[in-house]
Design a protein around this ligand. Structure first.
Ligand code: SF4
Length: 383
C-alpha cells in the first residue's frame, strides 16, 4: 500500500455550497480523533496485515484531507504522522514521501507552518477559493483575501514551497465576481499547483435553499464554460500545464497522491468517510464522526459498505480516469475505428496523439458525455 489517505472531518462552520459529511466544532476533539484513527489503524488495518509498500517497502504519498485538517493542533498531526510512518515501516526519508495537508488560510500562522514542516508536511493545499472578500463572505468562508497571501508567505518562510491553491469558478452572475482578477491574484503568489472547481448546487446546502427561495440564481452553464476555458488559456500562458481536468501545475509538481487515484492504483483510507481501494473492491467508512467514533470505541469495524467492481465497471472507470488526465486513453486498433472519434477530433474536443486520445479543454467540459458515448459505442453499458 503506497498511498494513504487520512480524513479529518472537522470544520468551524459549513460553507454555503458544501455537502460533505463534516462535524462542525468550535473546539476540535483532536486528541480523541487521533486516538480513534490510530485504533482503526491497529485494529482494522492491522499493520501486520498491511503489505509493505511494495518491493522496496516505501510509502509514496500520504494525504490529510477533510473537512479541515489544519484545525488539528500541529502536535497531534506530528503524533499521527509518526505513528503512520512506523506502521507502514516506510524506509523512505520523510521528504521522499509526498505528505499533503489541506489547510484553510486562517490556520496558517508562522508557528503552525514551522511545526507542520518539522512534523514532515511538505505540501499544502490551501482552500483559497477567491480573492474577493464579498465572495468569501457569501461562501461562508472564515478567511478574507489578505489571509491567503499571508498564508502563502508563512508556508514559504517555513520551507514549504510546494503549495497548491484551490479556486472555485462559475459563481452566480449577480455576485459580480471577476474571475480574471482572481486568477491574476492567484498567479501572483506563484503557487506550484492550482485546483479549479466549478460551483455545483448540492441538495440541502445553504446555496440550494437560497436558490429555492429566489435569493440567488443557479450557476449558469455558459459562464461555467467561459470561465473554465479562460483559466486554461490564462494558466497555460503563465507556464502551468493542465495535467487533469481540474488541476494545473508547474513542471514536476503534479499531485502524486491524486494521480495515484486517477491511474487506478490501490490506496488505504483511514478516518470517517475515508475510502479504500485494492484494485477491485472499494470500501468506505461510516461518514459521520460520531458513528465512526462509536464503532471504533465498541471494537467494531467502521466500514459502512463496499462494492466489488464488475469487469464493465472497471472498464468504464479506466476510460473515465484516463480521459480525465492529459496522458489520455491508450487506443487499441479497434478503438481507432470507433465512429465518434473522427467527429470529436473535427470538433476540437479530442486530439489523437500517437497511440492515445486526449481531451482538449473543450473536451474536458464534455467529459461525462464523451465517456458515456465511448462506452456505449464499445457495446458496453454502465451498470
Ligand atoms: S472548509 Fe471545506 S469541508 Fe469544511 S465546510 Fe467548507 S468546503 Fe466543506
Amino acid at each position: 500500500m503506497r498511498h494513504l489517505y487520512i480524513h479529518v472531518p472537522f470544520c468551524v462552520r459549513r460553507c454555503s455550497y458544501c455537502d460533505f459529511s463534516i462535524a462542525v466544532r468550535k473546539r476540535v476533539p483532536a486528541q480523541e480523533y487521533v486516538e480513534t484513527v490510530l485504533t482503526e489503524l491497529t485494529r482494522v488495518a492491522n499493520p501486520a496485515a498491511v503489505p509493505r509498500g511494495g518491493p522496496d517497502g516505501n510509502l509514496e504519498t500520504l494525504y490529510f484531507g477533510g473537512g479541515t485538517p489544519s484545525l488539528l493542533p500541529a502536535v497531534e498531526i506530528a503524533r499521527l504522522l509518526t505513528s503512520l510512518f512506523d506502521a507502514f515501516r516506510s524506509t523512505s526519508s520523510l521528504d521522499a514521501v509526498e505528505v499533503t495537508l489541506e489547510a484553510n488560510p486562517e490556520d496558517v500562522t508562522p508557528v503552525n507552518a514551522a511545526a507542520w514542516r518539522a512534523a514532515g508536511i511538505n505540501r499544502v493545499s490551501l482552500g483559497a477559493q477567491s480573492f474577493d472578500d464579498r465572495v468569501l463572505h457569501w461562501m461562508h468562508r472564515s478567511h478574507d483575501s489578505a489571509r491567503i497571501g499571508a498564508a502563502v508567505h508563512a508556508l514559504k518562510s517555513a520551507g514549504i514551497d510546494n503549495i497548491s491553491l484551490d479556486l472555485i469558478f462559475g459563481l452566480p452572475e449577480e455576485l459580480g465576481r471577476d474571475w480574471n482578477r482572481d486568477l491574476d491574484r492567484a498567479v501572483s503568489l506563484s503557487p506550484f499547483h492550482l485546483s479549479l472547481y466549478g460551483l455545483t448546487v448540492e441538495p440541502r446546502t445553504p446555496l440550494d435553499r437560497w436558490i429555492s427561495r429566489g435569493a440567488t440564481h443557479a450557476p449558469d452553464d455558459e459562464r461555467y464554460a467561459e470561465e473554465y476555458l479562460l483559466a486554461h488559456r490564462r494558466l497555460t500562458a503563465d507556464g502551468y500545464r493542465f495535467y487533469e481536468v481540474s488541476n494545473a501545475s508547474r513542471n514536476g509538481f503534479i499531485s502524486r497522491h491524486n494521480s495515484a487515484y486517477w491511474s487506478g492504483r490501490p490506496y488505504l483510507g483511514l478516518g470517517p468517510a475515508a475510502h479504500s481501494f485494492d484494485g477491485r473492491t472499494r470500501r468506505w467508512n461510516l461518514s459521520a464522526w460520531e458513528a465512526y467514533r462509536r464503532a471504533i470505541g465498541a471494537g467494531q469495524s467502521p466500514v459502512e459498505s463496499e462494492e466489488v467492481l464488475t469487469d464493465e465497471q472497471r472498464e468504464l472507470e479506466r476510460i473515465y480516469l484516463a480521459l480525465r488526465t492529459a496522458e489520455g486513453l491508450p487506443l487499441t486498433a479497434p478503438d481507432r475505428l470507433l465512429p465518434p472519434l473522427t467527429a470529436w477530433v473535427a470538433a476540437g474536443w479530442v486530439q489523437v496523439v500517437g497511440d492515445r486520445i486526449r481531451c482538449t479543454g473543450e473536451g474536458w467540459l464534455r467529459l461525462d458525455e464523451l465517456v458515456a458515448k465511448l462506452f456505449a459505442t464499445k457495446g458496453l453499458s454502465p451498470s
